[in-house]
Design a protein around this ligand. Structure first.
Ligand code: NDP
Length: 505
């Protein structure tokens, strides 16, 4: 392994409740482990149901009596802008913490921080112009739709993009005037705690933002079941998402879910093969495939299949594994030993289902990488479309390739999964791409690219990939309740009742 791990300033490893860092009620702690070295990075307070209760109480009081929900859009926007400034000032600190905690490369982590700052700026701009609209203006009667804050919200985030996923919820929640309790993944809480420090430094009033670290089964479940929490925004796996939705449904609370994906990347015979091969790698090996929108399922037209596979194979074999802080590293480790075992299980299953293991699938032999949870980038050919691996999310550095006859064949295979997060299509013909997009039941469709997203554009999934949208105008709406305000400037009698049988005119 090359280079020394970065040594950023670590955040206070306690819960952030009502504007202060505090230990958990029972004093429990949890080791946060670096997936690259296996070493403990920090001992973080391990919250439980009592801590969730305390944080919800603070958020409830801040919502019901505090200044934030009553602040003007301009005031909220100014605070979000300050947060963005501070994130940019502290970009290296956040990037180093994220790389230590998740294993991704420093370059990826720096990009994350830049994009996170942009998300805060976008929602700052949006809240100033998106105050509601006029439905009818008839004489002295005005019918208005106003956006009110959704209230106290619970935000639950996964381990793969801890800071980024948190920002997609925190920025619109704050813009809308909500107060919140955020529970990061127990594996990767560091940048979320650092974000709490940033929000406090930016001047956010106490109780508006609360962070409770701890397990999903205790803190997460307590938040979701709490009747004082009016909305839950969750990003994570399908099984957990279903549990969250069930618990929220018990008390008819609003819920937004961003779940997993099995994302097809379709390469047609007329595609620019050079670009398609290049992006096929980025689609799946970015952050070692631990991306909800990873293009892990390559569907390639028969005519160009062999040539594309050869181009890809040469590059896969050359991918350089290593620590995220080594500038030469292209791909880091997986998040944990358990997760690596799960991905290895999928590689075995694919072979049992009939796929050919062309490259990778093993732990690297390099002893310098022995302390991390690395897995070689993996290429599986001839994956049968009806097996589990073709339908289930692997969430690792595993690219499967299927040979397809044509666009119809590719679309039929893509549609045969329950998920619908993101898809890519490579062709020189816009008309073909548009026809494909119409039939692809996926929340995002990329033509001749893979992965770009923008704060201005909605992000989310069809089918079991989610409920609701993050980012864009829809991402703000998630944290608002629409209120219809009817104003009558010229009140008159209606004479509808109590006229003793006299006919109305
Ligand atoms: P999990 O579903 O395991 O966990 C997500 C969060 O939910 C964690 O904070 C977890 O806590 C918490 N949690 C666990 N159990 C409960 C519960 N009963 N009630 C409330 N909260 C609970 O997902 P992972 O962290 O493993 O993340 C990977 C998944 O996230 C993948 O499937 C990926 O596709 C998806 N994802 C989707 C994205 C999208 O935009 N659609 C983006 C990024 C990831 P803890 O882990 O601390 O126990």
């Amino acid at each position: 392994m090359h280079g020394r791990p970065p040594e950023p300033m670590f955040p206070t490893p306690e819960l952030f409740v009502d504007g202060a860092f505090v230990p958990s009620a029972d004093g429990a702690r949890r080791s946060v482990v670096c997936p690259t070295t296996g070493r403990t990075l920090a001992e973080v307070a391990e919250g439980g149901a009592a801590d969730a209760d305390r944080a919800v109480r603070a958020a409830r009081t801040a919502f019901d009596h505090g200044p934030w929900p009553r602040a003007t859009p301009r005031e909220r926007a100014a605070l979000l802008e300050r947060v963005a400034d501070l994130l940019e000032r502290d970009r290296e600190r956040f990037a180093a913490l994220e790389t230590l905690d998740t294993g991704k490369t420093l370059g990826e982590s720096r990009d994350d921080v830049t994009q996170v700052a942009d998300v805060f700026r976008y929602f700052a701009a949006l809240i100033r112009v998106d105050g509601g609209h006029v439905n009818r203006a008839e004489g002295a009667v005005l019918s208005l739709t106003l956006a009110r804050p959704a209230g106290v919200v619970a935000l639950i985030t996964p381990w793969n993009y801890p800071l980024l996923q948190a920002s997609w919820k925190v920025a619109p929640a704050l813009a809308a005037g909500c107060t919140f309790v955020l529970k990061p993944s127990e594996l990767t809480p560091l940048t979320t705690l650092a974000l709490a420090e940033t929000l406090a430094e930016a001047g956010l009033p106490s109780g508006v933002a609360n962070v409770v670290t701890g397990a999903g089964t205790s803190v997460g479940a307590a938040l979701v079941e709490d009747p004082r929490v009016e909305m839950v925004s969750f990003t994570g796996g399908l099984a957990t998402g279903r549990r969250v939705a069930q618990a929220a449904a018990q008390r008819a609370a609003k819920v937004a879910l961003e779940l997993g994906g099995k994302n097809p990347n379709i390469v047609l015979a007329d595609a620019d093969l050079d670009a398609a091969a290049d992006h096929a790698l980025e689609a799946v090996f970015f952050h070692a495939g631990q991306v909800c929108s990873a293009g892990s399922r390559l569907l390639v037209a028969d005519e160009v299949h062999d040539e594309l596979v050869e181009r890809i194979a040469g590059r896969v074999a050359a991918i350089r594994l290593g620590a995220g802080w080594d500038p030469a590293t292209e791909m880091g480790p997986l998040i944990s030993a358990e997760h690596r075992a799960k991905v290895e299980g999928y590689v075995r299953l694919a072979q049992e289902e009939g796929a050919e293991l062309r490259l990778g699938g093993r732990r690297p032999a390099d002893p310098g990488l022995g302390d991390g949870w690395y897995l070689e980038p993996t290429l599986l050919l001839g994956l049968p479309p009806d097996g589990r691996v073709a339908r289930e999310e692997v969430f690792g550095p595993v690219l499967t390739v299927e040979r397809v006859r044509d666009l119809d064949d590719a679309l039929a295979r893509a549609d045969a999964t329950d998920t619908g997060l993101a898809a890519g299509v490579w062709t020189r013909e816009l008309a073909t791409a548009l026809a494909a997009a119409e039939r692809l039941r996926f929340g995002t469709v990329w033509w001749n690219d893979f992965h770009p997203y923008f704060p201005e554009a909605p992000w989310g999934g069809f089918k079991t990939s989610g409920v609701g949208r993050e980012l864009g105008r829809a991402g703000l709406r998630e944290f608002q309740e629409e209120q219809h305000l009817y104003l009558n400037g010229r009140p008159g009698r209606s004479d509808a009742f109590g006229r003793g049988g006299a006919r109305r005119g």
